[in-house]
Design a protein around this ligand. Structure first.
Ligand SMILES: [Zn+2]
Length: 154
């Protein structure tokens, strides 16, 4: 299976090419386990990917993206992340479960400040600085600051 067969669009985010998965074709990835002849990962990776796929299906504004991660001068593997559209720009995020320390609210947040999200980005520090400066959302219940950086919470 080729990446073009399961991609809805290609976006350049932080000067790195991301392939946005067409979720109607996700089952093809789950069945094949490999794209362009490169296996996405073992059971654990696929459990993680299935969780990510389920999340982006349920929540507007999010997409599942895969990208090349170089592990040598000519070798690469697939890496993946969830991206979220803020101010018309895609932002890499990590979805986290969180509890508000002020009111006990429990929910999910999108955190853009995880360094490993930007491993393949040339200006990694610049991308991280940008992520830290995005407008933060507060607790949806009590409006206090959350202990983790969030640009989305629900
Ligand atoms: Zn709260």
């Amino acid at each position: 299976m080729k990446i073009e067969e399961v991609t809805k669009s290609i976006e350049v985010v932080n000067e790195a090419k991301l392939y946005l998965i067409d979720m109607d074709k996700w089952y093809m990835v789950e069945n094949n386990k490999a794209i362009d002849g490169v296996i996405l990962g073992g059971e654990n990776i696929f459990r993680l990917l299935s969780g990510m796929a389920e999340f982006v299906r349920k929540h507007d504004g999010f997409s599942l993206a895969v990208y090349h991660y170089n592990i040598g001068p000519i070798k690469w593997i697939w890496a993946s992340c969830i991206i979220y559209k803020v101010n018309n720009m895609w932002q890499r995020v990590q979805i986290e479960n969180i509890v508000c320390e002020s009111c006990g609210w429990k929910g999910e947040i999108a955190n853009p400040t995880i360094p490993s999200l930007y491993d393949t980005v040339k200006d990694r520090q610049g991308a991280l600085n940008f992520a830290w400066n995005l407008p933060e959302v507060k607790c949806p219940k009590c409006a206090k600051k959350l202990k983790r950086n969030a640009i989305w919470a629900q």
